[in-house]
Design a protein around this ligand. Structure first.
Ligand code: AMP
Length: 625
């Protein structure tokens, strides 16, 4: 059993398009979804850079006017290489720039305060995580460190670790990374706990903004055992939006003979329109997208039917069913043995997805009773409470999760020698015997891979280590390789030569593409810098508003005031000129220090104070400018 952490804890669903945070409420015996400063229960996973940094709703709201500096979809990039074919297509549609950095790591280019900055996906995700932390802290009224963060079940080792790194950069103690469908199963199990004493096989169908996950979970006497999991880390609502965007780019071209595909602002506006239309098509049969002056002054006005939308995405919807079948096959379970099919993720609201699923399971009672947008954060909060000392009344539930991908070593001929097969319950320790391939071989190499391909090279290389000092013996000398997978799904590998006792191994922490501890340190410092800058900006806006407000009120007061009897025309002009100067300061871009505005306000107050109390003085000698 894992050790418990000190201090209260939250659960964060770090989504591709929206994120959600929840905390366990002991008095009520349930998790509470925490609303953000806009009163919303989910927060857009958006970060924008202007003369300030915006996160969440504020960032999303200005996306159309600042497309190249408004970043979303960081989750699609996290833990991947720039050359990854999965992001090749996205690159063309993103209005922001992504370049290849060291070790082919994708880096997002933004312009912040007139300067170019390159940010890793981990940094963008860390900004979203710190926003979620702030939302929780504001609501709970205490500062927090501990969190459980969810990831798609199908996230590989580097995607999981990169997410954990993002948490560290955000100043969080990531107690556990858990799989999204497993979290949803916890939420479902808690809500249904009254009738959970008998064994239930629950199929979690989680179709979100960027990822698709399915899991088959067996719930019995409070034990949640994941039997199998499958998915696609690059399939979700945004792909459906993309299909619609591409369709309308063509339609617009056909009708107006202009191509908007190179215009980020137009694409962003069209994407917003498509996303809204998609949601409408979940309850209406058709809808019209209207965007004024989309490109070169030409208005956009096109209709789309639900049938057309379904047609554009047919193959993607069908792919969801294929993956569901794979999951059942892996769990060795028949469709009819599944008791409940639970819908999770915003895109599970799409009627065609639901009807395909009903047909697939030959049942018409899909479970929609848990909120698909909130179930994952809800479950993460339950897990967070289970891992924290601060909660005494936590549901008595035990979670047994599985590894989504097989793990092994490349053997002679580039064959994948699996040590831990996929869907093995974690944490787990397993070993395998590997042999030298040459006579008198002094050193053996151990390339560690994850994936299902027989040819190791086609799987994902996690790291490489060597074992030296082998005895000078003919080939076939055995070495024992031990794989240890922890609760987060993070791997340690070690090889031992029993004859000499020689040992070597790696914790897969610093493989290429992953952040080094120095980089994490730098990013933590940078996060603090951003935070300080945000604070400075807020202070400056406050000071500017106070000055603006004062000038406005005093000008009004001066107009209503019997000035002629109290002030000479030249005195009046002196004061008015100070107000004009103040307004120019407010409008110009020159000043960005709060102190400049605060000082000017103080001077104005000092100058106007006598007027307010109906006394006239000579102000001219106070003006030192
Ligand atoms: P999630 O990652 O679970 O927050 O899901 C977000 C995705 O769900 C986005 O792509 C949304 O466009 C999509 N979505 C939310 N509501 C609906 C709806 N009513 N119909 C279709 N898609 C939706």
């Amino acid at each position: 059993m894992a050790t418990k952490h000190k201090g209260r804890a939250i659960g964060i669903d770090l989504g591709t398009t929206y994120s959600c945070v929840a905390a366990w409420e002991e008095q009520n015996g349930r998790a509470e979804i925490i609303v953000n400063d806009q009163g919303n229960r989910t927060t857009p996973s958006f970060v924008a850079f202007t003369d300030q940094r915006l996160i969440g709703d504020a960032a999303k709201n200005q996306a159309a006017s600042n497309p190249s500096n408004t970043i979303f979809d960081a989750k699609r990039l996290i833990g991947r290489k720039y050359k990854d074919p999965a992001i090749e297509c996205d690159l063309k549609l993103w209005p922001f720039k992504v370049v290849s950095g060291a070790d082919d790591k994708p880096m997002i280019k933004v312009n912040y305060k007139g300067k170019e900055k390159c940010l890793a996906a981990e940094e963008i995700s860390s900004m979203i995580l710190s926003k979620m932390k702030e939302i929780a802290e504001a609501y709970l009224d205490f500062s927090l460190k501990n969190a459980v963060i969810t990831v798609p079940a199908y996230f590989n080792d580097s995607q999981r670790k990169a997410t954990k790194d993002a948490g560290v950069i955000a100043g969080l103690n990531v107690m556990r990374i858990i799989n999204e469908p497993t979290a949803a199963a916890l939420a479902y199990g808690l809500q249904k706990r009254a009738n959970c004493s008998e064994k239930r096989n629950v199929f979690i169908f989680d179709l979100g903004g960027g990822t698709f996950d399915v899991s088959l979970v067996t719930i019995e006497d409070g034990v949640f055992e994941v039997k199998a999991t499958a998915g696609d880390t690059h399939l979700g609502g945004e792909d459906f939006d993309n299909r619609m965007v591409r369709h309308f780019v063509q339609e617009f071209k056909r009708k107006n003979r202009v191509d908007i595909s190179g215009d980020p602002r137009a694409l962003r506006r069209l994407r917003n329109g498509c996303e809204k239309a998609k949601r409408i098509l979940s309850h209406a049969n058709d809808t019209t997208i209207e965007i004024d002056a989309l490109f070169q002054g030409i208005d956009f006005r096109f209709s789309i039917t639900r049938a057309r939308f379904e047609d554009l995405n047919r193959d993607l919807f069908e792919k969801c069913m294929e993956i569901s079948q794979n999951c059942l096959d892996d769990a060795k379970m028949e469709k009819r043995e599944v008791h409940d099919v639970v819908l999770v993720g915003g895109s599970s609201r799409i009627p065609k997805v639901q009807s395909l699923l009903e047909k697939f399971f030959q049942r018409y009672n899909l479970c929609k009773s848990i909120n698909p947008d909130e179930a994952v954060a809800y479950g993460a909060a339950i897990q967070a409470a289970m891992l924290s000392e601060s909660y005494s009344i936590v549901p008595n539930m035990v979670l047994v999760d599985v590894t989504p991908l097989s793990l092994g070593i490349a053997t002679h001929g580039d064959l994948m020698g699996v040590v831990i097969p996929r869907n093995t319950a974690i944490p787990v320790k397993m070993d395998g015997v590997f042999q030298t391939i040459e006579d008198h071989q002094p050193t053996a190499s151990f390339p560690v891979y994850e994936g299902e391909r027989t040819k190791a090279g086609e799987n994902n290389l996690l790291g490489l280590f060597h074992l030296s000092g082998l005895p000078r013996v003919p080939r076939g000398h055995p070495m024992n390789v031990i794989f240890e997978l922890d609760y987060d799904g993070i791997l340690k590998v070690c090889a031992v030569d029993e004859t000499t006792g020689n040992k070597n191994g790696i914790t897969i922490t610093n493989e290429k593409g992953r952040l080094s501890s120095a980089e994490i340190k730098r990013m933590i410092e940078e996060a603090a810098f951003f935070k300080e800058e945000d604070k400075k900006f807020k202070k400056m806006v406050k000071a500017k508003n106070a000055l603006d407000d004062y000038i406005y009120r005093m000008e009004k007061a001066m107009k209503g005031f019997d000035v002629s009897s109290k002030l000479s025309p030249s005195e009046k002009e002196t004061i008015m000129s100070k107000f004009r100067k103040g307004k120019r300061m407010l409008e110009s871009e020159e000043h960005n220090e709060a102190a400049v505005f605060e000082n000017y306000l103080k001077r104005l107050q000092k100058m106007c104070q006598p007027i307010v109390i109906n006394k006239v003085r000579d102000y001219s000698d106070e003006d030192t400018d």
